[in-house]
Design a protein. Structure first.
Length: 271
């Protein structure tokens, strides 16, 4: 199957009434929605190449170069990387200008996870982090617990289960769920560890991840951050994803953003 058959394009669906992506009013398309749309496009393309095999891991690197506006269409594209059967170059564009771009790659066949019985080995319940610290308004959208310091070198937070809704929850956590939990963890650290004022806005610059494509929902997860401080307006957070029951490292997540106050944000939006 040649590359031209698999090249994919589609229009991003932006539903401002969506309670997850538009947890609160925004004046631009959120980065999480761009990531979700590009990931879904790459998954669909990969399914053709992999003949329906489910990937074991997803590795991605995305850069966010400008605001993605709500009042115009956003085109998503996905093209195969030459020489790599399961790697894709992805981009989101408005009016021919790239707002987000990078690569998404998949690997392996996901092994069937061992069954877990009861609550043996599960992590202790955690209270959810304060909504203002993770820049969320709806309690059901808070996906990380209160941060816990382990000595002077490490801060951890549990990855929470979304509250039960209508019908049974999905059996697996999706990459979008894990990446959003990591984003909330990184945001929390900016305020709780680095002392950013509560009216600070974090403008995404880059996202890097190497995580399981899906994690059994019974596996208790935590995010672990080795304490580090990068001076300046740019926020950088590199965290590991771990099995809270065994301590095993499952993957990594890294976020970069510009931290701006309300006046700086208004200037950025006026450009």
């Amino acid at each position: 199957m040649n590359g031209s058959v698999i090249d994919r394009f589609r229009e991003l669906v932006v539903d401002e009434s969506d309670p997850f992506y538009f947890d609160h009013p925004l004046d631009h398309v959120p980065g999480m929605l761009l990531f979700s749309g590009l990931l879904d496009l790459a998954v669909r393309a990969d399914r053709l190449r992999a003949r329906g095999r489910c990937p074991e891991r997803v590795v991605a690197g995305l850069g966010f170069s400008r605001f993605c506006e709500l009042d115009r269409g956003t085109t998503l594209s996905c093209r195969p990387v030459p020489g790599d059967n399961r790697a894709w170059t992805v981009a989101a564009r408005q009016g021919g200008e790239e707002v987000c771009g990078g690569s998404i790659a998949f690997s392996g066949e996901a092994p069937h996870p061992p069954a877990r019985t009861g609550t043996a080995g599960a992590a202790a319940p955690s209270r959810s982090a304060p909504a203002d610290l993770v820049h969320r308004h709806r309690p059901e959208n808070i996906l990380v617990g209160e941060p816990v310091r382990r000595g002077r070198a490490v801060v951890e937070a549990a990855v929470l289960q979304p509250p039960a809704g209508e019908g049974p929850p999905p059996a697996f956590r999706s990459p979008v769920e894990i990446v959003e939990a990591g984003r909330q963890f990184a945001t929390l650290l900016e305020h709780a560890e680095h002392g950013r004022p509560m009216d600070t806005t974090l403008l995404w610059v880059a996202l890097r991840l190497d995580i399981p494509y899906r994690v059994d929902r019974d596996v208790p997860l935590l995010l672990r951050w080795p304490v580090a401080r990068v001076p300046g307006r740019r926020s950088r957070c590199a965290a590991t994803l771990a099995d809270a029951a065994t301590g095993a490292c499952l993957g990594s997540l890294a976020y970069e953003a510009y931290a701006v106050d309300p006046e700086q944000y208004e200037r950025a939006r006026a450009r």
